[in-house]
Design a protein around this ligand. Structure first.
Ligand code: ATP
Ligand code: MG
Length: 798
């Protein structure tokens, strides 16, 4: 054996190389951001396969997002110069779904089980809480959902919880009842919620050692990225997968035709798989979801004899960015000090900016992005991060107005739109007829005269006769309902049966593609027609979204020629926030700090660096909350390769009101000489930033020189007060005329010539969309093609 070829390790530093080449049972790589942890994992996998130490199918690599998984797969295949089929590179959730679909019958489900996302979970809990009148005891949907999620992440199932619950406490009794009903409903619906996916896989392995052995013997090399963010359930899953297989079970596997003989040692045991984990405790940002840093701290105890490798060179960021990150994180107690350094050089200073409002801040971001772009940086290499999704609104408004191409990651929530959920519910009921939640969602959508009373009747008929809701629908004729209602139910039932036949593998006509099933359902139910015929302008956009979903199913079929409806539903339910990132799109990426983990961009804008946002106001009540928020800030800073911008606003519209905001305490932790303030948090004086000076000039009482004079916090919060009254709504004046624009009535057609305040003259090539969403595609003479929202763009027809 000669080991992997030299080529695979090209460019690695000695520590990285040591980690990539190590061949022991357990390896821990701990290192700060950008030190090449993920890169080393990738090379390790490639090395194992290239040297034939492992088949691709013996590799299980766990990443934090599906996007990260795809990237890793591509990198490995690139290093190997060919496909590596059978390799499992996926998130915890995807890996568990695959296992559960294969083994569903063992635990009393069918392979077509539904996966409930947090919206489904909440819908179900809402009904349960209402039926139990639990809100009178102070129960909220969010509170109950969180608590159930926590229990599952700690692998506490209903029975275990019931045994330990304090039954003299009425609150506790009520929660137990909620938990019980929730569990029962999931079981009856043949569904798992998100947390179940991991927990149930662990329970499956524990209860059925033979099933566990299938995977323990299959995966010989397990690698986990972002190990600092594993929770107890995920940790337990890794422990289960890295157990040795006892001789009697090995025999059993062999007698069932699995050739595992070569894996046995002298004692007949299949030794445990090798485990590599990489992580950075400074980047642990999911404690609120039960992630446990101790998993990394205690790795050496859990896996005795583990090798530990430290990486100290950062390859991502400039020294200025790195120094800021190091200075911030040094304020967290209880951490091992890491000395990250970089050979890249100081680079540019970090730019700081204080806006008067979220809009002003957004304008700064947009302006700076255009400057970067003008200087040759591609939009796709630029990202804007924020702590809360609500912050996107101001950013989006300004970006649209500036015709700046952008994409919101995880914020668009395409799959959370009502019309998409409706359409998906149709598909789900076909794949999994037991899914009562989905069935009840479409029962009267579109309206077909089946009211809530009928729905309740159907539900209790099902309950009384030990039937599923679906079966009760087929029995509608015997419920004594009126003929119209009965007919409506039977019609829907028939439609669903017909659709089910289309995906039945035993259908002699063959299985229909998902897109066909979907259009069949949308047409047959009248759903799409109702949207199209509606006079509500919103419905038009909804119909477009549904069309988009049909397009998604088509695309799915192209990418997965053998993909089934269940595969499609699985894919959709696992779309994690970061998955929508499409590098080829040529757009600026907007995302929350949580979504940003593991990614990197040439230029990064960290916005809303204010108290109550970062640290978030909720974190104050959590033990360790502010420290976790600081890690989040650290994660954000360390995503930047070349340029970093930190911005904040003096007033922030939040929770429906505009309030004075304070600079984040973390800002003071960055050495002053690293930041160049365009407009500092201590003074409202514009020092540069032409945009803001122009704004000041227009704003009574806020002209240049009216601000305070340094110190901590806003000295001029009073000066900011008039601004609050001045602009309570999200209206923003045209940057040229100072008036609020509304081109709602402007007629534009291909061929028209227009003049834009910033882009100059151009010719309209196309007009798409309707009403307030009409978009002009314009070919400008100087700046090329742009898309403009006609209603608000600063344009005039020539
Ligand atoms: P994070 O903690 O943010 O997840 P990481 O430790 O996983 O970061 P990587 O993403 O693997 O770091 O690497 C950061 C950047 O440095 C990547 O662009 C990677 O290609 C580059 N890099 C890593 N190692 C080297 C090396 N030895 N030589 C040159 N570039 C490297
Ligand atoms: Mg990484």
């Amino acid at each position: 054996w000669r080991g992997p070829s030299e080529r695979l390790f090209e460019g690695l530093n000695p520590q990285q190389r040591e980690a990539a080449e190590y061949r022991g049972q357990a390896l821990l790589i701990v290192a700060g951001a950008g030190s090449g942890k993920t890169s080393v994992l990738t090379r390790r996998i490639a090395g194992l396969i290239e040297s034939r130490e492992a088949w691709p199918s013996e590799i299980l690599a766990i990443t934090f997002t599906n996007k990260a998984a795809n990237e890793m797969r591509e990198r490995v295949e690139q290093l190997l110069g060919g496909k590596a089929q059978g390799m499992w590179i996926s998130t915890f959730h995807s890996a568990c779904v695959r296992i559960l679909r294969r083994e569903a019958e063992t635990i009393g489900k069918t392979a077509s089980f539904t996966i409930y996302d947090s919206g489904d979970t909440r819908a179900l809990l809402k009904r349960i809480i209402k039926e139990l009148d639990a809100d009178t005891l102070g129960f909220t949907v969010g509170g109950a959902a969180n608590r159930i999620s926590k229990l599952k992440n700690e692998l506490t199932d209903l029975e275990t919880f019931a045994r330990s619950a304090n039954l003299s406490d009425p609150q506790e009794v009520m929660f137990l009842e909620i938990f019980r009903q929730y569990t029962r409903e999931l079981r009856r619906a043949n569904a798992f919620d998100f947390d179940d996916l991991i927990a149930e896989t662990v329970f499956l392995f524990r209860a059925f050692p033979r099933v566990a052995a299938l995977y323990q013997s299959r995966f010989r090399h397990i690698l986990v990225d972002e190990y600092q963010d594993t929770n107890h359930a995920q940790y337990s899953l890794i422990r289960e997968l890295t157990m040795p297989v006892a001789p009697d079970i090995v025999d059993d596997l062999e007698s069932h035709g699995r050739n595992v003989r070569p894996l046995r040692d002298a004692a007949g045991v299949i030794p445990s798989a090798s485990l590599t984990v990489v992580g950075d405790s400074d980047q642990s940002i999911y404690a609120f979801r039960g992630a446990d840093i101790r998993n990394i701290v205690e790795f050496e105890r859990d896996f005795p004899g583990a090798k530990v490798v430290l990486l100290e060179q950062n390859y991502r960021s400039t020294q200025n960015i790195l120094s800021a990150a190091n200075a911030v994180i040094a304020n967290n107690f209880d951490r091992k000090d890491k000395k990250l350094w970089t050979a890249v050089g100081d680079g540019e200073k970090i730019i700081g900016y204080t806006g008067y409002s979220g809009h002003d801040e957004a304008q700064f971001v947009a302006d700076e992005i255009e400057k970067l772009h003008g200087a040759g940086m591609a939009y796709k290499d630029i990202a804007v991060f924020y702590r809360t999704n609500a912050q996107t609104r101001a950013l989006e408004e300004i970006f649209i107005r500036s015709a700046l191409p952008y994409k919101v990651m995880g914020g668009t929530k395409f799959y959370e739109r009502a019309e998409i959920k409706d359409s998906m519910a149709y598909l789900i009921t076909v794949a999994n007829p037991d899914d009562m939640l989905a069935l009840r969602r479409i029962l009267n959508t579109p309206k077909r005269g089946i009211g809530p009373a009928t729905e309740t009747q159907l539900a209790s008929y099902a309950e009384d006769n030990g039937l599923t809701f679906r079966a009760a629908m087929r029995d509608a004729a015997s419920l004594g309902l009126g003929p119209k209602v009965t007919n409506a139910i039977l019609q829907l039932s028939g439609l669903l049966d017909e659709a089910a036949a289309k995906i039945d593998p035993s259908n002699p006509a063959g299985v229909s593609p998902v897109a066909d099933v979907l259009t069949f359902l949308l047409d047959g139910s009248g759903y799409i027609e109702t949207l199209r015929n509606s006079r509500d302008p919103q419905d038009e956009a909804r119909a477009e979204n549904v069309d988009e979903l049909v397009a998604v199913t088509r695309e799915f079929a192209r990418n997965n020629p053998d993909g089934t409806l269940v595969d499609f539903l699985t894919e959709v339910s696992l779309v994690a926030a970061a998955d929508e990132i499409d590098d080829s799109s040529g757009a600026v990426s907007l995302m929350t700090l949580h979504t940003a983990k593991g990614l990197e961009y040439d230029a990064v804008f960290l916005t809303g660096i204010e108290e109550d946002l970062l640290p978030h106001r909720m974190s104050a009540n959590e033990p360790g909350g502010p420290a976790e928020e600081r890690r989040l800030f650290y994660v954000g800073i360390t995503r930047a390769k070349k340029r970093l911008f930190l911005s904040l606003a003096m007033t922030r519209a939040q929770f429906g009101e505009t309030a004075v905001a304070m600079p984040s305490r973390y800002l003071q932790e960055i050495p002053a000489d690293l930041i160049e303030w365009r407009q500092s948090p201590g003074s409202a004086n514009g020092r540069g930033g032409t945009q803001s000076r122009a704004l000041n000039a227009r704003r009574p009482g806020l002209g240049a020189g009216s601000g305070g004079s340094g110190g901590s916090g806003w000295n001029d919060s009073l000066a900011a007060a008039p601004f609050r009254q001045e602009r309570p709504k999200a209206e923003w004046p045209n940057r040229v005329t100072g008036k609020v624009r509304d081109n709602g009535d402007l007629e534009l057609a291909p061929g028209d010539r227009i003049r834009h305040a910033d882009f100059g003259d151009g010719r309209v090539t196309q007009v798409t969309g309707q009403g307030a969403k009409r978009v002009a595609h314009v070919q400008f003479e100087k700046v090329g093609a742009k898309k403009l929202l006609i209603k608000i763009a600063p344009i005039d027809k020539l």
